[in-house]
Design a protein around this ligand. Structure first.
Ligand SMILES: Nc1ncnc2c1ncn2[C@@H]1O[C@H](COP(=O)(O)OP(=O)(O)OP(=O)(O)O)[C@@H](O)[C@H]1O
Ligand SMILES: [Mg+2]
Length: 262
């Protein structure tokens, strides 16, 4: 399969005020490179503040890289071309469900990206909204409901519907499964894997949960202080971890498993 997303030497440095007179640079991401094929999942793991969400923001174009390049299907993504990104690279995050505008119906919420990014007429948009709701395991009539009428798990499916309605190629899940309880989480993972097959989606999965990473991803990249410290197939990295953070993560997961068994 050919490469879909190519990230070359991507760096981001934030300049923040240290005090009234001085500024300091925070290197949030340093020279990160990877390739991702369609229908594959790359997991990004790392400690708090290691640069995971910064990478996500650079990929969706919400932040501009300090240096480096992002290519999709061999074409450079221009930093300013937000519309181009919106169609192809979408993101869901942990609190996506809580950020749904409470005064809009689900139909209106899903219509927003369609109005901005497509030339579809009203009837075509309504049809696409209904099909997308069914795809994420909701009902067509849910388009007339308001966000407060849904459970947390259902709201996360609405966020997913919003992410896939433009048929993107890459979906970034930034801790998108973290707030769900284990049974809802495994339902959501199965749904995501089904959609990946149906739509050929590539996922970038940002997670602190090794169980999810193991189950879901083909490759894993470990970040520490904005730098890649491990990168390889998920099975080989988790079988033979080299970096201390990866080892600690595996230890913690084993501990949690024994606590559950006792
Ligand atoms: N807008 C910003 N301005 C200044 N510094 C920022 C900004 N966004 C992120 N940072 C800094 O960049 C670094 C990386 O942050 P980032 O949010 O990417 O971490 P993360 O790996 O997603 O962490 P977490 O696991 O807690 O979500 C941190 O030191 C953070 O404080
Ligand atoms: Mg983050």
């Amino acid at each position: 399969m050919s490469v879909l997303l190519e990230v070359q030497e991507l760096s981001k440095t934030y300049r923040v005020k240290e005090d009234w007179f001085k500024k300091k640079d925070i290197p949030a991401l340093s020279a990160l490179s990877f390739e991702l094929e369609a229908q594959r999942t790359l997991a990004i793991v790392g400690e708090m503040g290691s640069g995971k969400s910064t990478l996500a923001k650079l990929l969706v174009g919400a932040e501009h890289p300090t240096t480096g390049k992002i290519k999709l299907n061999g074409q450079h993504l221009e930093p300013g071309n937000f519309k181009q990104r919106c169609q192809h690279i979408r993101m869901i995050f942990q609190d996506s469900a809580t950020t749904l505008n409470p005064s809009l119906t689900i139909g209106q919420l899903l219509d927003e990206p369609l109005k901005i990014n497509t030339n579809l007429d009203e009837a075509e948009r309504e049809q696409l909204i209904k099909v997308t709701l069914l795809k994420v395991g909701l009902l067509a009539e849910h388009m007339n409901f308001y966000p407060h009428m849904f459970s947390g798990g259902q709201k996360q499916r609405i966020a997913l519907a919003r992410a896939i309605i433009l048929s993107p190629q890459v979906v970034i899940l930034d801790e998108a499964l973290a707030a769900l309880d284990p049974s809802l989480r495994s339902q959501m993972i199965n749904l995501l894997l089904d959609l990946q097959q149906q739509m050929g989606l590539a996922f970038i999965l940002i997670s602190h949960n090794l169980g999810i990473v193991r189950h879901f991803s083909d490759e894993v990249m470990v970040l520490s202080d904005g730098k890649v410290v491990e990168y390889g197939s998920t099975s080989s990295v988790l079988k033979n971890p080299k970096h201390k953070y990866t080892k600690k993560l595996i230890m913690n997961q084993k501990l949690q498993m024994t606590q559950k068994l006792n």
